[in-house]
Design a protein around this ligand. Structure first.
Ligand SMILES: *Cc1c(COP(=O)(O)O)cnc(C)c1O
Length: 525
């Protein structure tokens, strides 16, 4: 890897070639065989459009919308589009259930909303991603209740890890509500029981990232409203896919502002709106709910800082790119992409159903297919280790996301399905059968006994950096990178490492992976 700052500058074309060469080692962002991290619509010309729009605004600064009204206009249009899709658009659209704002238009009729009916007056902010949207939802809830000295939030264990991160950053305590291994969703009664006088926020998912399961939003929002507590629906994953699936005729339970008690919703545009990375929207039911989200500071000699989000200076690039993608695809485009995605989900789920040795962990409710090993169903009695299976699929070019076991929920393989998968899905069944056969032949991972002993002897929670580093070393984590060797930072086969991580208590897993990342993140000169 060349240093970033050579003595003499390098011609532009050469630099681009260098970046292309680096990119060759990446997971394939196009092609429909990568089931996490990227959301590819496979629409010809869309990348070029998004990149051109990104370039038009990359140097525009969202710090001050009065200096750059273009950004304010595009942000308001994005928020309007998201609100329209999620039950918060102008009254006539909300009444018909039809999204209105893909055009970005908010006409005078929106003022005629019947306040007495409790119709929402939705406002929102564009953020850098789902995590920032969730941090801000938690911040708004916390700061709306300044009298609570130790604020708490009620979070199903299936909710995204970003809530734990938000709580950690913001000094909010988390009261977790378990999800049952059968339904993978929380019980509203358990949520109600977890709400106390210091609860400032209740959250639920539509759907959960790990399993694609839609929480009982109506029940949870109702118990939150009864207690006078805000209820955030994390629709980062599903906010831009479930509404289209519903319009295609799929039955999707109510999860948006049509549900009384839902006070805020997050939706990532850089997922199923297929925009380049760096755009999510946080919506609030009305402006007063949003107010404590802002941070303002005037008590210094510089400009008065007023930030709706975590960042201050922020690029207009992702916002312009998102605006271009939404405008270009329009409702018809998103409906067609949702149809392709739904078809792909069906084909992938059928492939799992039709393969001995694996089973769906849960029937797909959205755009996630999640499956696990099923030794009992394997006619030959051979067991399928999902971590070995993930390696076998990867060897055949199918890049899935292994998930560790959690409580009584078994380890699984996660597929986030995007429209581009539709072109490849028909090839998955054969690959899965072959990979399952290979995984059976390989057998489950057996860890070296001394490694098991070492893991068992580690005190959870009080590991020294030395102990963690030695374990990471034994596993070959970061070995290639640390020694400057060729190839990626991970071994080709991950099953052994995944098995160790799965066995390790979460706190040890966290420390191991922090150490690993820290080994990777070293400057090059
Ligand atoms: C992706 C996701 C997040 C986090 O979003 P980032 O954009 O990765 O920060 C939060 N919640 C859900 C349900 C998600 O799918």
């Amino acid at each position: 890897m060349a240093g970033a700052l050579p003595a003499d500058g390098v011609p532009g074309e050469q630099v681009l070639d260098e970046i292309r060469a680096l990119r060759a080692a990446d997971a394939p962002t196009h092609g429909g065989r990568l089931f996490a991290y990227v959301y590819d619509p496979a629409v010809a010309g869309l990348d070029e459009l998004a990149h051109a729009a990104h370039g038009l605004a990359a140097h525009v600064n969202g710090l001050d919308p009065t200096a750059f009204p273009s950004l304010l206009a595009m942000e308001n249009a994005l928020v309007g589009a998201a609100a329209g899709l999620l039950g918060g658009g102008p009254a006539r659209a909300a009444a018909s259930g039809a999204p209105d704002a893909a055009s970005g238009a908010r006409d005078a009729a929106s003022g005629a909303r019947d306040a007495a009916s409790g119709a929402p007056d939705v406002v929102g902010s564009v953020t850098s991603g789902g995590t920032e949207s969730l941090i801000l939802a938690v911040k708004a809830a916390r700061d709306a209740r300044p009298e609570v000295t130790v604020p708490r939030m009620v979070v199903p264990t299936s909710a995204h890890a970003a809530f734990a991160k938000a709580a950690h950053y913001l000094g909010v305590r988390v009261d977790f509500v378990p999800v049952s291994a059968d339904t993978l969703r929380p019980d509203p009664a358990a949520v109600a029981a977890a709400i106390g006088p210091d609860t400032v926020l209740v959250v639920c998912s539509a759907p959960s990232y790990a399993h694609g399961v839609i929480d009982p939003v109506e029940g949870i929002a109702a118990v939150a409203a009864d207690a006078g507590v805000r209820c955030h629906v994390d629709a980062c994953f599903g906010g831009w896919s479930l509404p289209w699936l519903r319009r295609l005729g799929r039955s999707v339970p109510a999860f948006d502002f049509t549900v009384p008690g839902v006070t805020s919703i997050s939706v990532d545009l850089h997922k199923y709106a297929y925009t380049p990375k760096g755009v999510s929207v946080l919506l609030h039911r009305d402006p007063s709910l949003r107010r404590p989200q802002y941070y303002a500071y005037a008590d210094w000699p510089g400009y008065t800082m007023i930030n709706p989000g975590v960042l201050s200076t922020r690029s207009g690039g992702p916002i312009a790119a998102a605006y271009a993608v939404l405008r270009h695809l329009g409702e018809a485009g998103y409906l067609a992409l949702a149809q392709r995605t739904q078809d792909a989900v069906g084909v992938l789920a059928d492939a799992v159903r039709g393969t001995d040795g694996v089973r769906l962990l849960v029937e797909p409710e959205s755009t996630v297919v999640c499956f696990t090993g099923d030794g009992a169903d394997a006619g030959d009695g051979a067991q399928v280790d999902v971590f070995v299976l993930a390696d076998e699929l990867a060897a055949k070019g199918w890049h899935t996301q292994p998930q560790m076991s959690y409580g009584d929920i078994p380890a699984s393989i996660h597929l986030s399905v995007a429209a581009a998968v539709a072109g490849e899905a028909h090839l998955f069944a054969e690959a899965l059968v072959d990979a399952v056969d290979a995984a059976k032949a390989h057998g489950p991972v057996v860890l070296p006994p001394d490694l098991v002993t070492m893991l068992g002897s580690l005190p959870s929670g009080s590991l020294t950096p030395d102990m963690v580093a030695s374990l990471a070393g034994q596993l070959g984590l970061g070995g290639a990178a640390a020694s400057g060797g060729a190839g990626g930072p991970l071994p080709e086969r991950m099953a052994m490492i995944n098995t160790v991580l799965d066995l390790a208590p979460p706190v040890l897993r966290e420390q191991l992976l922090v150490e690993f990342l820290s080994l990777l993140q070293r400057p090059t000169y």
